[in-house]
Design a protein around this ligand. Structure first.
Ligand code: THU
Length: 149
């Protein structure tokens, strides 16, 4: 079957991910969500580059704007369990359907996964470059720092 992935060196890297296990972990994380305001729990899961399975859920706040998306607790899990990079990511709604990460979370995922991160979407698995084209990232900071030297 043709892979949907853009800018990934081979389809085999996509196929080597246990997506069903990852989606099940995201569905399992839904129970942990704290979403008393939106009543829209989100569960997220990722494999780190060393194979660690990480999960996250959204954590809302009475001051709505400071709500933490599921991706925020996911990245905390990555950092606090030893760091590394996200290799494959998915997030789901309360129906267990795959959803797209919000704009802010795309930036967060970029920081900790970069262009090679594989992202599960309602239209199939794609590379992070397709989810956040022309992303701003650490390289932009390096570029100016180097030029000013
Ligand atoms: N939400 C996430 O957790 N991740 C996303 O990528 C999209 C939105 C949460 C935030 C809020 O708690 C709820 O979904 C409704 O917006």
């Amino acid at each position: 079957m043709e892979s949907d992935v853009d800018s990934v060196d081979s389809a085999s890297s996509v196929d080597s991910v246990d997506w069903e296990n990852l989606r099940a972990a995201a569905r399992g994380a839904l129970d942990k969500a704290y979403a008393p305001y939106s009543h829209y729990p989100v569960g997220a899961a990722a494999f780190a580059d060393d194979g660690r399975l990480l999960t996250g859920a959204n954590i809302e706040n009475a001051a709505y704007g400071v709500t933490l998306c599921a991706e925020c607790s996911l990245v905390s899990a990555l950092v606090m369990s030893g760091g590394g990079r996200f290799a494959a990511f998915t997030c789901v709604n309360a129906l267990g359907e795959t959803i797209m990460p919000c704009g802010r979370c795309r930036q967060i995922l970029w920081e900790h996964g970069g262009p090679e991160l594989l992202v599960d979407t309602p239209q199939g698995v794609v590379a992070m470059t397709e989810v956040l084209p022309q992303a701003f990232g650490p390289g932009d900071l390096d570029h100016v720092r180097e030029a000013k030297r």
